[in-house]
Design a protein around this ligand. Structure first.
Ligand code: GDP
Ligand code: MG
Length: 211
């Protein structure tokens, strides 16, 4: 009886990890999946599956570790696709990179606009200031992260994917928490094929561009 209840409470959700290049999006994602910090991740983006149980409820996540598009192309269909695909957003900046913080500020506005979240809605967005271990190279104060979270009504964590697994766990549990309370956690069927297709199109274009 109890077991059945737990099964019916299963939550399937899509989470996209976004932010400028080199901020640690892949490091945070891979940390969650493998508990390890590898060091170098390349520029590959992927969609991963990961499940865990919170309060007896199975949470099955599809996590899109995305690659950054230049500002001018943010309004392209790929950006739109990511935003519409996702139920929750992990927006990462590096505390050593001011531009990456500015990008997160912009992303919040763009996501809220695209998904029609009102200022009163608790949007399923988590802001992450990564690379906390590099305090000697800090360019963004903790207070700035907290203030942004307050102003935009998002969750905020300052973490280090390099230092510990707990950082990553906290971030993804945080976004699950937000999704549970957000208005649109109703699952649409996944359309991996289409997404994979469009990602390969982007990679193919990049490769051609760099030739
Ligand atoms: P992405 O482009 O946002 O996916 O960034 P990556 O995950 O590929 O990380 C970019 C670089 O930053 C890599 O050299 C990582 O080893 C490094 N990195 C990621 N997270 C941390 C962190 O918390 N601390 C430190 N010191 N380096 C990190
Ligand atoms: Mg990456």
């Amino acid at each position: 009886m109890e077991k059945n209840a737990a099964v019916s409470l299963r939550m399937d959700a899509n989470v996209v990890v976004m932010g400028r290049e080199n901020v640690g999006k892949s490091a945070l994602t891979v940390r969650l999946l493998t508990r390890r910090f590898i060091g170098e991740y390349g520029d590959i983006q992927s969609i991963y599956s990961h499940s865990f149980v919170v309060d007896g409820r199975e949470i099955a996540l599809s996590i899109w570790d995305s690659s950054y598009s230049e500002d001018r192309s943010m309004e392209t269909s790929l950006f739109e696709k990511r935003v519409q695909w996702a139920d929750g957003y992990v927006l990462v900046y590096s505390i050593c990179d001011r531009a990456s913080f500015n990008t997160v500020c912009r992303l919040i506005q763009m996501i809220k606009l695209a998904k029609g979240y009102l200022s009163t809605d608790k949007a399923p967005i988590v802001i992450v200031g990564n690379k906390r271990d590099l305090h000697h190279r800090r360019m963004v104060l903790s207070e700035e992260g907290w203030l942004l979270a307050l102003k935009t009504d998002c969750h905020f964590y300052e973490v280090s994917a390099a230092e510990n697994y707990h950082s990553s766990l906290m971030v993804f549990h945080g976004v699950v928490d937000r999704m549970k309370n957000a208005k649109s956690t109703i699952k649409r069927p996944l359309r991996f094929k289409g997404i994979v297709k469009s990602m390969s199109a982007v990679f193919a274009r990049r490769r051609t561009d760099s030739l």
